[in-house]
Design a protein around this ligand. Structure first.
Ligand SMILES: [Zn+2]
Length: 289
């Protein structure tokens, strides 16, 4: 059963939070004076508290809080929001064109929960940025090293294809090559095998779900709102409000660190917490008793 195993390697460690904050503060102070450390190849080898040591960032579900996402046959479910009444939303970020070191620093120091869906051609800066990734020049200089630094900051690295195709235009084998190829590459480069898939443009069909299953991906993750430059939220609902369980989609864009601070402040001012997507998905995809 696929859903029963979901997230089993990323178990929450309640109670580690206080120690974690102290460790992180010490770590940040020690490293603050090291010029160029963000782009140094050795950066990821320096002793930093790992995500496992710190426990998961963000709110984790309380007992009985999360509704169950029912299994959809034997194929991975397609999920756009998390069934909960708690004022909690989830941050996700796609592609990987712009590699702003300030963003990684902010995520690490503030323990911001965010899930990255990376695409090979963006991370490796092959070709031109797609329109969804924003306009302007890209800063692909960090390549996979940047993604490894995100991983070290506690960000789950998930699958967003090799070339960002419209999957509906591809047959099963071509889709499978995109999905499995990306999971393999991420496992090689980042050391963690993805469990989630985000289809480019939100376009998928039954073959996508079959391919996801064949590549060991447990769910297709869509979104309920996108975040535009300047931290502006573009809703997909008419009343233009955040709702409990919303999944927000950002992109690696210019000025990301600044826009991201504006966004997080806005979410908190509206009384919402940032949730840990893995922990909530694990709760939502639990087996029926
Ligand atoms: Zn994308």
């Amino acid at each position: 059963m696929v859903t029963g195993r979901f997230g089993g390697t990323r178990l929450a460690r309640a109670g580690a939070g206080v120690t974690a904050v102290a460790l992180l503060a010490a770590c940040a102070t020690e490293q603050a004076k090291e010029p160029g450390s963000a782009s140094s190849p050795a950066a990821s080898q320096r002793p930093q508290p790992s995500a496992q040591e710190l426990g998961p960032p963000g709110a984790t579900p309380r007992a009985g809080e999360v509704g169950r996402i029912p299994p959809s046959g034997s194929l991975p479910p397609v999920i756009s929001s998390i069934p909960t009444r708690r004022k909690v939303v989830f941050l996700t970020i796609d592609d990987g064109w712009e590699q702003d070191p300030g963003f990684v620093r902010h995520v690490r120091e503030q323990r911001i929960p965010i899930t990255a869906f990376v695409m090979r051609d963006a991370v490796e800066a092959i070709g031109a940025p797609d329109s969804a990734g924003g306009q302007g020049r890209f800063v692909g200089s960090g390549k996979w090293g940047y993604v490894r630094r995100l991983r070290d900051a506690g960000v789950p690295i998930e699958n967003h294809t090799l070339t960002h195709p419209n999957l509906r235009t591809l047959g099963y084998e071509a889709q499978k090559a995109e999905l499995c190829g990306t999971s393999r590459l991420i496992a090689e480069q980042v050391g963690v095998r993805p469990t989630l898939f985000r289809p480019p443009f939100g376009n998928y069909n039954a073959d996508t779900r079959r391919a996801a299953k064949a590549c060991g991906l447990h769910a297709l993750l869509l979104w309920t709102a996108t975040v535009q430059p300047g931290g502006k939220i573009a809703y997909q609902v008419p009343d233009k409000r955040l709702r409990p369980g919303d999944i927000l989609l950002l992109h690696f864009r210019p000025n990301l660190a600044r826009d991201f601070r504006i966004l997080v402040d806005k979410i908190k001012r509206r009384g919402y917490e940032l949730g840990n997507l893995d922990a909530y998905l694990k709760a939502a995809l639990r087996r029926a008793k």
